[in-house]
Ligand binder design. Structure first.
Ligand code: PBG
Length: 327
């Protein structure tokens, strides 16, 4: 009596038993690779705060994605870095813009690849905000028209899925209508449903030159202190027609990922953002942690929390490791 009859360690005794008891298995098919694309030819600019990540010209992007796709990663998410910015981010809806051209080139070379595009005007505006600005305010309903046009232009170019990341109210419904009206009813929407006003997007803003010129994103992105509000955002996006909902950032939001998985039937995605990537890279470069171990542990934890899909700048490296190093 008192002696443990229940011994959880029995399942941990050998590698075979541990493998049989494993509840969550990460696979390359779970991953989506975010990539930055810019003008030019034969250009590949390293992003200092994201070691191993680059701004690619379209030709180099295609070659890189051929490799990523060959490792079993089914999808990429494109962020455009335009040559010209203006007040309303008009380059975002230029049919000959950088993202539509990248989408066309990728679909021509890799018809089986799922091409996703970020839909948000911050990379295209001079002020760096995710919406139309008037008197210092980011206007909601005026911004919807920009998003509708941008999504339609991406769909026209052949995008399989558009991913609005702006956090304006009502944008999923607005984009769904815009796509359907133009005959793109087969193009899916993955909404950044619960996108927090996180300090962890800073390396991305350096990469895309998209930091806000004044103020912050607090009037549209969510307060990291709130989880119930995230559930409201998720519910609204699903009601408006989102085919998948994304939570972002990932590791700080495992609770929100788990609650979302329990609340909806559509696939749930999580975005391991630039700052999460940069922190791991920096600690590994200092020799304080082992990079591939942290990479795989964070990714499997995000999946265990409930993410069906994970957007991560580690997609290529993780897929490579998963292909070779499976016990
Ligand atoms: C906005 C957008 C951002 C990210 C994805 N879409 C930046 C922001 O909201 O400031 C962040 C992604 C990352 O940090 O990896 N277009």
């Amino acid at each position: 009596m008192g002696f443990p009859r229940e011994r959880p360690r029995r399942w941990r005794r050998t590698p075979a038993l541990r493998r049989m008891a494993r509840e969550t298995v990460l696979s390359p098919g779970d991953l989506i690779a975010p990539l930055f694309v810019m003008e030019g030819e034969g250009r590949r600019e390293p992003i200092p705060s994201m070691p191993g990540q680059y701004r690619w010209s379209v030709d180099g992007l295609v070659d890189e994605v051929v490799e990523v796709h060959a490792l079993g990663v089914p999808a990429v998410l494109l962020f455009g870095i335009p040559e010209h910015k203006d007040e309303r981010g008009s380059a975002a809806s230029d049919p000959k813009g950088i993202v539509p051209r990248a989408v066309r080139a990728l679909k021509a070379r890799l018809p089986g690849l799922c091409v996703m595009t970020d839909v948000c005007i911050d990379e295209y505006t001079t002020h760096g905000h995710c919406g139309v600005v008037r008197d210092g305010d980011v206007l909601n309903d005026e911004t919807l028209e920009c998003l509708r046009l941008m999504a339609a232009v991406h769909a026209e170019a052949g995008a399989d899925m558009v991913a609005p990341s702006d956090m304006m109210d009502g944008r999923v419904g607005a984009i769904r209508d815009a796509l359907d009206q133009r005959g793109f009813e087969q193009v899916s929407i993955m909404s950044y449903a619960a996108k927090y006003a996180s300090c962890l997007y800073r390396p991305f803003r350096e990469a895309a030159g998209s930091g806000p010129a004044f103020g912050d994103r607090g009037s549209y992105q969510m307060d990291p202190a709130n989880a119930r509000e995230a559930m409201r955002e998720v519910r609204l996006d699903v009601e408006e027609g989102a085919d998948a909902v994304m939570i972002k950032p990932a590791l700080p939001c495992l609770d929100v990922i788990a609650r979302t998985r329990a609340a909806v039937d559509v696939p749930v995605a999580a975005f391991q953002v630039s700052g999460e990537y940069a922190m791991i890279k920096a600690a590994a470069a200092a020799g304080w942690v082992q990079e591939s171990d942290v990479m795989l542990e964070t990714l499997v934890s995000i999946k265990r929390a409930g993410a069906d899909l994970i957007l991560t700048y580690f997609a290529k490296d993780a897929a490579g490791l998963l292909q070779t190093a499976r016990p």
